[in-house]
Design a binder for this molecule. Sequence first.
Ligand SMILES: [Zn+2]
Length: 259
Amino acid sequence: MPNVHPRRPGRGYPRSIVGRAGYHLYDLACPITPDTWTSALWGAHSATSAALQVRDGGERSAYAICRPPGHHAGRDFAGGFCYLNNAAVAAAVLRDKYQRVAIVDIDVHHGNGTQDIFYDRGDVMTISLHGDPAEFYPFFWGYETERGEGDGLGANVNLALPRNAGDNQYLDALHIGLSHLRDFRPQALVVALGLDSYKNDPLAFLQITTTGFERIARVLSSLRLPTVLVQEGGYLCEDLGMNLASFLTGFEAEQLQQA
Ligand SMILES: [Zn+2]
C-alpha cells in the first residue's frame, strides 16, 4: 500500500518502491499482495477466453465473470479494485479481427481506466454511463467534457447521471450514448457489465431495478453485434444473482428474436 500519491502525475518517476507504488496505485483500494498478480492475470485471461469464443469460436456473444474487475485500471495505473483492464483486453482481442470496436460501460462508476487506455485512439470507441463524478467515485474522471484527443477525439463519450436516476432516465441516456455509435459503425462490442447501478446495491447511487437490467440488455443486444460481456462491479446484496440473470435473459431473448 502506498502512503503517498502524486499531486499531479507525470512529473518525475521515482526509483523508490514506495514512490512507485504511489505513482501506479491511485487509491487505497488496490493493495498488492503475493497473490495479486496471479489473480489479476487470470481475471484478464477470462476476458481473453470469452473474446476468443466470439472472435474465432463462432459464438455471437460470451460472458466473462472476471474477478478482480478491470475498468478502473488504466495504461499505467491501478485503482478501485482493478489491476488489469479486462474489458480493454477483450477489445484488443476483438480488434485483431474487427476494424472498429465499441466498449459500452454500464457500471455505476465511470470507466476511467478504459477511457485512459483508448483516449487517443479512433478505432475503439468508449462510452460510459455512470453516477455524476462531481459526487461519486472516481471523482477525477468521467466528466462530459472528456471527449478523447488526437485520433480519439469524439470517440470517448461520458454520460453522467444524477443521484437516484431510475430506469427510464438511464435508458434515455443509453440511447444518447448509442446515437454516437451510428457514425462510428462498430463491428464488435464489449459491455463492461457492472450491476452496481441497482437501487439496493450497498454503494447505491442510481435506482436501476431488476427489470431495468433486462431492458438495458435488450437495447445493447439489439445492436446485433458480436458481443463480449465482461463483469465489472456489483456488490453483495441478495438480488445480485437475480440482476445478472435478468440481464443475461434479456440479452439472449433479444438475440433469439433477431435470429
Ligand atoms: Zn462500479
